[in-house]
Design a protein around this ligand. Sequence first.
Ligand code: DAT
Ligand code: MG
Length: 138
Amino acid sequence: MERTFAMIKPDGVRRGLTPEILTRIQRKGYRVVGLKQMMISHETAESHYAEHKDRPFFGELVSFITGGPVVAMALEGENAILGWRGMMGATNPANAAPGTVRADLATTTGENVTHGSDSSDSAERELKLFFSEDELLK
Ligand code: DAT
Ligand code: MG
């Protein structure tokens, strides 16, 4: 069993895609062990995306992710980290395989609807950043 951090970004929430994305996750069979709608603080956004702090799009990324409510999720299941990454598809929706969230529901790299941890280290770090222990099912 593996846990990963997943997020519906502000564009997805704003466009009413939360039910569609939750349906896909549950149809796949991941267990949603943490779930909350929230605003991300500037500080949390900079920490979450710290690996990109020197990239030219960093400022835009932080203002986008803090610009409206997100849905933060902790998912549990076999191979959940790579599995959820696979369900999301490539970062740029133009390169995402048909049937993936980004191919089906997004058009631009900057607003690509969902986030998913890319490794067990980042999953652990991101789950800690967004959830306290008592917000997660045992
Ligand atoms: P991913 O979200 O697939 O893990 P990433 O970690 O490389 O992708 O980048 C994080 C987010 O930053 C990505 O979802 C959208 C934004 N981003 C990445 N590359 C970008 C670019 N070249 N221009 C604008 N935004 C970009
Ligand atoms: Mg990433």
